[in-house]
Design a protein around this ligand. Structure first.
Ligand SMILES: Cc1cc2nc3c(=O)[nH]c(=O)nc-3n(C[C@H](O)[C@H](O)[C@H](O)COP(=O)(O)OP(=O)(O)OC[C@H]3O[C@@H](n4cnc5c(N)ncnc54)[C@H](O)[C@@H]3O)c2cc1C
Length: 469
């Protein structure tokens, strides 16, 4: 058998529109499909619990998609550089293909592997797959990265249309005989206790479901997206974030499926007009995902450092275990906050509007550092995303590049009246709201708001908040 190519899967757990797999298949050489559970390379952030649950099922789904085209998924654990080195040696592979990642630690790992492969005479090819626009291509007139969403968005729209999804790889040659770890041995699923019942009920990971979900969203929800996207009781958004996070669907698929769905509509009808408006609003959200990665790429410290340096002096409260647990478990006595936190704990997801409310409550009413909240989301969200999570937490905190000002404190009661007027969402997740055991509010909303604004004044009165570093 001729020397194989290795396709190294990472955050692109799909067969459809996968440039690395596509390029390898086109060469006609046998293929080794490899996934590495890398808990050893320096700087990589360990996955949270919900993410590990998702990954387990996503790898099962990927293995099944690969089997359909005659390939097998090889699983290995360890530092990526060591694993790639051994698989290349074991198989005599002459080329390694992968799709790009954008976090700093991931890029360092990938760059190191690329140069050692090349030094050893093995071809290393990386391709664009997870972002519509590479972060180094969308720049201001002065050649600088954008710091504000709207001009970034406009600039993306002025770029050439993103490429169409690649043709399906329907046949490839397997390089057989490579040993694989057993997925169960990785212990990605929780056992003692098994807390994943709600996740199993809510989700089916994998590219087949991702595409079905996108298509169902376009035909059933797109026309009401603008009117209902902020209403957590409605199933009005796509629910695609975990599928995008794990690369079970590519943004190119989402972009073009949406565009061609809209092109097929009759715009002279009000339904057609609303769907077209829904499509623009939906694709705009997809560009928020791009913007998050753009920021992560250009300011890698965004995951852990305040982008506005003045926030380094912010008098955060000590995050007491009692207060943190009340917030995490949805027992703050503030119904919309509790509903959101319980939705998260039970299902691994939370509606965007409610994410903003619970984050504002933590950072402002409880005056707890946004990084505490980001960590909890990282552990509990099935869509926990290195870019979107940090960028959105900093956005709510006011410490980010393009951020809501700190003095904008969401009032969770008013938010509930506006976005959950019939209290349907609240009752779904807080059925005990009228019970005697339901706790009184952890803090007085008015007083805590005032305390937050006073704390903010202490960092903002003498000097500007500082340009993002
Ligand atoms: C505090 C906080 C933390 C967040 N953490 C994450 C996270 O870890 N992972 C994550 O994917 N999103 C995160 N978001 C953004 C947003 O809440 C989710 O992307 C959205 O709720 C996903 O639902 P959907 O797929 O139905 O969205 P839709 O409305 O259908 O939007 C389509 C897609 O656009 C992207 N998108 C939408 N809104 C945003 C946004 N504000 N920022 C970046 N991308 C966006 C997502 O990929 C989403 O799937 C966070 C928001 C807040 C306020």
């Amino acid at each position: 058998m001729s020397a194989p190519s290795i396709v190294w899967f990472r955050d692109d757990l799909r067969v459809a529109d996968n440039p690395a797999l596509h390029e390898a298949a086109q060469r006609g050489e046998p293929i080794v499909c490899l996934y590495i559970l890398d808990d050893a390379s320096s700087g990589l952030r360990p996955l949270g619990g919900a993410a590990r649950w998702w990954l387990h099922h996503s790898l099962e789904a990927l293995a099944s998609s690969l089997r359909d085209i005659g390939l097998e998924l090889t699983l290995r654990r360890g530092a990526a550089a060591d694993v790639i080195d051994s698989v290349v040696t074991e198989t005599g592979a002459k080329a390694v293909f992968w799709n790009r990642r954008y976090g700093e630690a991931e890029r360092n790992v990938d760059a190191g592997i690329k140069s050692s492969l090349r030094a050893a005479g093995v071809e290393a090819r990386s391709t664009q797959a997870s972002l519509l626009f590479e972060p180094w291509t969308v720049l201001t007139g002065q050649g600088a990265p954008y710091r504000v969403f709207t001009p970034f968005y406009r600039s993306c729209l002025a770029e050439p249309e993103p490429r169409h999804p690649l043709p399906v790889v329907d046949e490839a040659t397997l390089f057989a005989g490579v040993t694989s770890d057993a997925l169960d041995d990785w212990s990605l699923l929780p056992t003692a206790p098994d807390w994943a019942g709600g996740l199993r009920e809510a989700w089916t990971p994998g590219e087949t479901t991702a595409l079905e979900r996108l298509r169902a969203f376009l035909s059933d929800e797109l026309s009401s997206y603008v009117a209902e996207q902020d209403l957590p009781a409605q199933d009005a958004t796509s629910g695609l974030s975990p599928y995008l996070r794990w690369g079970e669907i590519s943004p190119f698929q989402v972009w073009h499926e949406t565009r061609s769905y809209v092109a097929s509509l009759d715009r002279r009808t009000s339904e057609g007009t609303r769907a077209a408006e829904g499509a623009s609003a939906f694709l705009r959200q997809l560009v928020w995902r791009e913007f998050s990665y753009h920021l992560l790429f250009h300011w890698p410290q965004i995951t852990h450092a305040n982008m506005r340096p003045a926030f380094d002096d912010f008098p955060w409260a000590e995050p007491s275990p009692v207060v943190m647990e009340a917030w995490q478990m949805g027992r703050t006595g503030v119904p919309l906050v509790d509903a959101g936190m319980r939705e998260l704990w039970q299902t691994g997801i939370m509606h965007n509007r409610v994410r903003m409310v619970v984050a504002s409550f933590l950072v402002k009413n409880l005056r707890i550092d946004w990084r505490e909240g980001e960590r909890w989301f990282w552990d509990t969200l099935v869509d926990a995303d290195p870019a979107a999570n940090a960028v959105n937490w900093q956005w709510v905190a006011g410490s980010g590049v393009d951020a809501a000002p700190y003095f904008r404190v969401f009032n969770p009661e008013l938010q509930a009246t506006k976005f959950d007027p019939a209290r349907e969402y609240i009752r779904r997740f807080v059925p005990d709201i009228d019970a005697e055991t339901y706790p009184p509010p952890l803090v007085d909303l008015k007083e805590s708001r005032k305390a937050a604004l006073d704390a903010y004044a202490s960092i903002s009165k003498d000097r500007a908040l500082g340009e993002p570093g």
